[in-house]
Design a protein around this ligand. Structure first.
Ligand code: SAM
Length: 285
């Protein structure tokens, strides 16, 4: 029986074509076949690095039989490289099923690491990177997106999100509303490309930055959100609750207003009561 071929998972540039590694070029030249997310798109890169290895299409919707064909080529001893349109395959890109099936049939799966928008953005954000969660793309539907964000509101680790030009404003507005206007957020736009730009600031400032120039909304984005700081979060809730108490004070007793506000916002009741008393008129208690 012939030796199994190797499946190489090869990272390609996320914009600047010079970001491909020498090893990636060598592997792309030496394999018998390159499985690409979009063969037409990848042809440009292949031309620029003078690789003429045959390309075959592979994406998440590839038929079972198309995947079987790749697997049987590996079984017959041919080596194959998997690439995506940009960056590291499988990172919000196709390939998971192929990698799993290749492993299950005993083929070696070898990474050829390189660019990824996620790590590029994290490395320059100026936000903690010791622990982070990668969320990929949020839902395109506003309600579902807000629910996803609500589930992340107390996340202490830095959060990495991919976003497209169509939704960048709506997404950032939702983040401001759910995480609070003061949450620190880093926006990385068009990394490694001609119009690369970065912005680090509060959620409110990020929305303002996007709105201030329509060019800021164009291109590809990584959004990095600072994890939840419990103290800051409690201060935000207290502030929100205090506003509710002020609104309710003419209608109900201070105790009742505090109870309602604390239930709505999740602010700590005792602390809210203390602060509300301090800020109330003497005859209001
Ligand atoms: N596999 C890729 C990687 O390793 O980063 C990600 C592919 S995903 C389909 C495409 C998304 O990645 C874009 O919508 C954007 O959120 C992000 N992205 C890719 N290239 C980027 C770039 N040059 N600048 C900013 N974000 C980028």
């Amino acid at each position: 029986m012939s030796e199994l071929g190797i499946l190489y998972i090869v990272a390609t540039p996320i914009g600047n074509l010079d970001d491909i590694s020498r090893r990636a070029i060598d592997i792309l030249k030496s394999v018998q076949l390159i499985a690409a997310e979009d063969t037409r798109h990848s042809k440009r890169l292949m031309q620029s690095i003078q690789v003429d290895t045959p390309l075959v299409s592979h994406h998440d919707f590839s038929s079972e039989s198309a995947i079987r064909k790749i697997l049987s080529k590996l079984q017959s001893g041919q080596s194959i490289a998997l690439i995506s349109d940009a960056g590291t395959p499988l990172i919000s890109d196709p390939g998971y099923k192929l990698v799993l099936l290749a492993r299950q049939q005993g083929s070696a799966v070898i990474p050829i690491p390189g660019a990824s928008a996620m790590t590029a953005a994290l490395s320059v954000a100026g936000l903690p990177t010791d622990r982070f969660v990668f969320e990929g793309f949020l839902s395109g539907k506003s309600g579902a997106r807000q629910k996803q964000l609500q589930a992340l509101a107390r996340e202490k680790r830095t959060i990495v999100i991919y976003e497209s030009t169509h939704r960048i404003i709506a997404s950032l507005e939702d983040m401001r509303d759910v995480f609070g206007s003061q949450r620190q957020i880093f926006i990385a736009r068009e990394l490694t490309k001609l119009f690369e730009s970065h912005f680090l600031g509060s959620a409110a400032d990020c929305v303002a930055w996007l709105e201030q120039d329509s060019n800021h909304q164009k291109g590809e984005f990584v959004v990095i959100v600072a994890g939840c700081d419990e103290e800051q979060e409690e201060a935000r809730k207290q502030q929100q609750a205090l506003e509710i108490v002020t609104l309710l004070r003419d209608e109900v007793s201070m105790k009742k207003a505090v109870a309602i506000a604390s239930q709505i916002t999740g602010a700590r009741k005792n602390r809210l009561y203390e602060v509300a008393l301090q800020t109330a008129e003497p005859d209001e208690t």
